[in-house]
Write a protein that binds this ligand. Structure first.
Ligand code: LLP
Length: 422
């Protein structure tokens, strides 16, 4: 637990380091832009959940969408994690990383029949079913394959997580989950099917949540349904309260994983459900603080209204600032003592929305290195090739060692699958 208290990125002798490695060394060796992850920070974040869950029947399913690098998945698999996937591609990554399909839950509103068949063949833990139509599809595919599909309904508890509208998912107007009022009838249908096996119940109310109250509200709503189902003779093995725990980007004060786990397990015990397996699907809180995007200042561009620091990373590498107006901490890798100037830190992409940070006081010169902190979640996993930019390299630091865990994409790879007309 003491390891969790030590941040992954610290200033040592005037140089920003990841664990024991100066970021400047990583830039010299691997170039920029590069995502840098701390093994120790990922292990500490996982440990914080695992410690609070010790002695309890529980499973942490890492939401792969937050960071799908094989090294990250493999590290978590070695720690005992399961996975929350939302596509056939993510299932393939779990298997390639040595993850356990039997510890994998499959969420998402638009699973295709091909993906459903793949997941059944892999023998996943369960489908988190998001609609009546999907339940029918799963039943049909399972019947064709002569299998019984394990299902858990993702119910929409209609609870406001008080987060950015793009990342709240458990409100009535969101596309996610089965409407609360329809859940019992749908469970009865599933329970009556020879090709479906009801195993659990699931909810996910949003992401970057910084308070416990919405979780406890959602948990109560879900446990009400568990009780209602028990009255109709349907017993569940697990309850899954989703992911969504926030991290500190600026001054947020999210609850610690242990506090979340305690709030949920207390609620389960108080309501007589201590016997159920508890599943959680954290993404951001396991990897967010463990990663930084390392970038180099290409040039400085003073202007009449704003000063721009143009860097070699852009919105295609890190979409969060422009998509969610997200504030992410930008730190110089080798801080200068000069007087700071106010800059917008922008990339070279041809969009005014291509910014990583705005109005930051920084002392900079062309060629300087910057680190965007808190970029371990929803950074590389949301990267694109917009403006025909190859995707960044990814490295993982372990103490004083650095491992390249994804080489920088080559330009030729960008159009390798394309062809011209005959
Ligand atoms: N489970 C389900 C069903 C989800 O939809 C999500 C995230 C998670 C688990 C993991 O949530 P987390 O623990 O990471 O909050 N790209 C956005 C976040 C989108 C989250 C979508 N769902 C961002 O960069 O803020």
């Amino acid at each position: 637990m003491t390891r969790a208290a030590q941040p992954a990125f610290t200033l040592r002798a005037g140089a920003l380091c990841c664990e024991d490695v100066p970021l400047a060394e990583i830039a010299a060796r691997f170039g920029t832009p590069t995502y840098v992850y701390s093994r120790r920070a990922i292990e500490a974040a996982y440990g914080a959940y695992a410690h609070a869950l010790a002695g309890r029947d529980a499973l942490l399913c890492f939401a792969i969408k937050a960071n799908s690098n094989l090294a990250v998945l493999n590290l978590l698999a070695r720690l005992g994690a399961g996975f929350d996937i939302v596509s056939g591609g993510e299932l393939a990554r779990v298997l390639a990383a040595g993850g356990d399909a039997r510890k994998t839950v499959f969420s998402g509103v638009g699973k295709t029949t091909v993906e459903i068949a793949q997941a059944l063949a892999a023998d996943i833990l369960c489908f988190n079913v998001e609609s009546a139509a999907e339940l029918d599809m799963i039943e049909t595919v399972a019947a064709q394959l002569g299998k019984r599909a394990p299902v858990s309904l993702r119910v929409n508890p209609d609870v406001d997580p008080n987060t950015h509208p793009y990342i709240s998912t458990g409100l009535r107007e969101n596309k996610f989950g089965v409407a609360y009022a329809d859940a019992v009838a749908l469970y009865r249908r599933a329970a009556a099917s020879r090709h479906l096996e009801v195993v659990g119940i699931d909810c996910h109310i949003g992401s970057q949540i910084t308070a416990l109250a919405p979780y406890v509200d959602a948990a109560d709503r879900v446990l009400d349904l568990v009780d209602a189902l028990a009255r109709t003779g349907i017993r569940l093995r697990h309850v899954d309260f989703g992911g969504g725990l926030g991290i500190r980007y600026r001054d947020e004060e999210p609850p610690a994983p242990g506090a979340l786990v305690r709030a949920l397990t207390d609620r389960m015990a108080a309501r007589g459900h201590a016997d159920k397996t508890l599943l959680l699907e954290p993404g951001r809180s396991l990897v967010g603080a463990a990663g930084a995007l390392l970038t180099r200042v290409t040039l400085l561009k003073p202007g009449p209204a704003k000063n721009f620091a143009v860097v070699d990373a852009a919105m295609n590498d890190l979409l969060r600032p422009t998509l969610y107006d997200a504030w992410m901490d930008v730190q110089p890798v080798q801080p200068r003592s000069a007087e700071p100037i106010r800059y917008d830190v922008v990339g070279p992409v041809c969009e005014s929305g291509d910014w990583l940070a705005r109005d930051r006081e920084l002392a900079l010169a062309a060629g300087d290195l910057l680190a965007v902190l808190g970029a371990g979640a929803y950074g590389m996993s949301m990267a694109s090739n917009y403006n025909s930019r190859p995707r960044a390299a990814e490295v993982m630091v372990d103490g004083a060692s650095v491992y390249l865990v994804r080489r920088r994409e080559q330009i030729e790879e960008l159009f390798a699958g394309e062809s011209v007309l005959p």
